[in-house]
Design a binder for this molecule. Structure first.
Ligand code: TYD
Length: 146
């Protein structure tokens, strides 16, 4: 495992650096599904107007993969594979955090005016969420044993 990753039998997390084209007019970053992120992008959503004391996330997904960016401002993401927990600060629009299936995530410490953009591998499906932490850990243990 590198300093910037978390991986287990069940899931993995890693930072992804995107291309930047800089010139005197400003910086431009682009993302291609299946190239810069390891899935075809089926959904994009973003969080904004987030109160600075807000906590988001608090769930894992059975199948969904995501890459999370701070397009503006900053916030913290804690990720957990059922055994190990790790924290990342996102604050650079060129750097996304890839989160595979079966990773618990919690987000907080949003700066004033932060904008969080998420690229997702599937459309929204409530049935794909695991919202109970103990149920998540039990599921990771079942998968590890199988
Ligand atoms: P949720 O995923 O719990 O937000 P977060 O992980 O950022 O805390 O979603 C909050 C609500 O928004 C929930 O009622 C589901 C709804 N929602 C959609 O309808 N479509 C979407 O693509 C997402 C991400 C959420």
């Amino acid at each position: 495992m590198t300093a910037d990753s978390l991986s287990s039998h069940n899931g993995s997390v890693r930072l992804i650096g995107l291309p930047v084209v800089s010139d005197p007019r400003g910086d431009l970053t682009f993302v291609e599904g299946g190239n810069h992120v390891p899935f075809q992008i089926r959904r994009v959503y973003y969080l904004y107007n987030v109160p600075v004391d807000s906590e988001r996330g608090g769930h894992a997904h059975h199948e969904l993969e995501q890459v999370i960016f701070a397009l503006s401002g900053s916030f913290r993401i804690a990720v957990d594979d059922g055994r190990k927990r790790r924290e990342y600060w996102l604050r650079d629009p060129r750097t996304g955090l890839y989160i595979s299936r079966m990773i618990w995530r919690e987000m907080d410490a949003f700066s004033q005016g932060a904008v969080c953009m998420v690229l997702a591998s599937q459309p929204y499906d409530e049935a794909d969420y695991i919202r109970d932490y103990n149920a998540f850990v039990q599921e990771t243990e079942r998968e590890t044993a199988s």
